[in-house]
Design a binder for this molecule. Structure first.
Ligand code: SF4
Ligand code: MG
Length: 325
């Protein structure tokens, strides 16, 4: 299959007053055409920063990308000019943000927000854009879209706002979509519906998706491949079935044991012990070692490298150096 996006050793650092923070450290993975890739990890693990780097939305300063490449359809996004990036954003790569209200403008009607991009990017007339907005709103399952065109965002419920965001993201037919925790703010049943909507759309429109979530349970439904991120590192990478059936990193095992269910029944089965890594002062060696029940001496000294455990299944854990896992 054709590779649409390839991250190669992507590293993102922020120079803050309190000190330097490496938010993404050597991330490498690729996404093929038509594929849905789930990037999973706790908040602060570097998922959203990875997404922003792909969109070239890391402010510099304080941000810096000291190493790595982001190849989109074969060319490095990090080398593009601002004008080239503007042409790419929206039209080829689009993003659905974490919080719809931060991306939607409260003073514009839904029609105005979406048709703005249609008119600038696709050169549609006002009337054509309006018709296209109706199509888009019905595509994302907004009932009686004709009647909702001139509504303001605050008149929509949380779930409907997500749909408006999605319609906006899809407006210029991008072939790559990034969805950054599009569901956290929402009720679990709405989460499931929105997710189904996104994945259905991906399939129908032949797009690729990078789906970012802290909930491995969500990934179980939505994704082909999964990357698990912990404290700025990709610690496990593989096909979804492999990850669920044969997780190879203790953190992934922990995540699997603590999946909050979509039906909202059980909460956390077994939470992962210890507290989230302080990224301003991360531990030496394996970043997970203070929380890992398998930690050995080597784990405190050496950062484990991602290596292939089975075809297409990689993990970064010293347990695999010794063949004990
Ligand atoms: Fe645990 Fe060591 Fe593996 Fe890190 S490298 S996950 S501390 S066993
Ligand atoms: Mg985030």
């Amino acid at each position: 299959a054709e590779t649409v996006l390839e991250l190669d050793d992507l590293t993102v650092r922020f120079h803050l007053r309190r000190g330097d923070l490496t938010a993404v450290d050597g991330a490498s993975f690729s996404i093929e055409r038509g594929q849905t890739f789930g990037l999973v990890g706790e908040s602060g693990s570097g998922k959203s920063v990875t997404a922003k780097a792909i969109m070239r939305l890391i402010p510099a300063p304080p941000g810096e990308i000291p190493r790595g490449r982001v190849l989109f359809e074969g060319s490095n996004i990090l080398d593009k000019s601002d004008a080239e990036m503007r042409a790419l954003r929206g039209r080829r790569i689009a993003m659905v943000f974490q919080e719809p209200m931060s991306a939607l403008n409260p003073v514009f009607t839904v029609c105005d927000q979406i048709s703005d991009a249609l008119r600038t990017n696709l050169g549609l007339s006002k009337k054509e854009a309006r018709e296209r907005v109706v199509e888009l709103l019905s595509l994302v399952g907004i009932p009686s879209p004709q009647k909702r065109l001139d509504s303001y965002v605050h008149e929509f419920s949380g779930g409907m706002r997500q749909r408006v965001m999605l319609a906006m993201a899809l407006s210029c037919n991008p072939n790559f979509l990034i969805a950054d925790e599009p569901t956290t703010a929402l009720d679990v049943t709405i989460q499931a519906t929105i997710l189904e909507l996104i994945t259905g759309m991906i399939e129908r429109l032949g797009m690729s998706l990078l789906f970012i979530t802290h909930n491995l349970g969500v990934v179980a439904h939505a994704c082909d491949r999964v990357g698990v991120m912990y404290a700025s590192h990709i610690v496990e990478l593989g096909d979804k079935r492999e990850i669920f059936a044969r997780p190879q990193h203790p953190y992934t095992v922990g995540l699997l044991n603590s999946i909050p269910r979509l039906d909202g029944q059980a909460k956390y089965l077994t939470p992962i012990a210890g507290s989230v890594c302080n990224m301003m002062d991360p531990p030496t060696g394996c970043k997970f070692h203070p929380r890992c029940s398998h930690a050995m001496d080597v784990c405190r000294r050496e950062i484990p490298r991602l290596k292939e455990i089975a075809p297409g299944h990689l993990a970064a854990c010293h347990l695999h150096d010794r063949g004990t896992a």
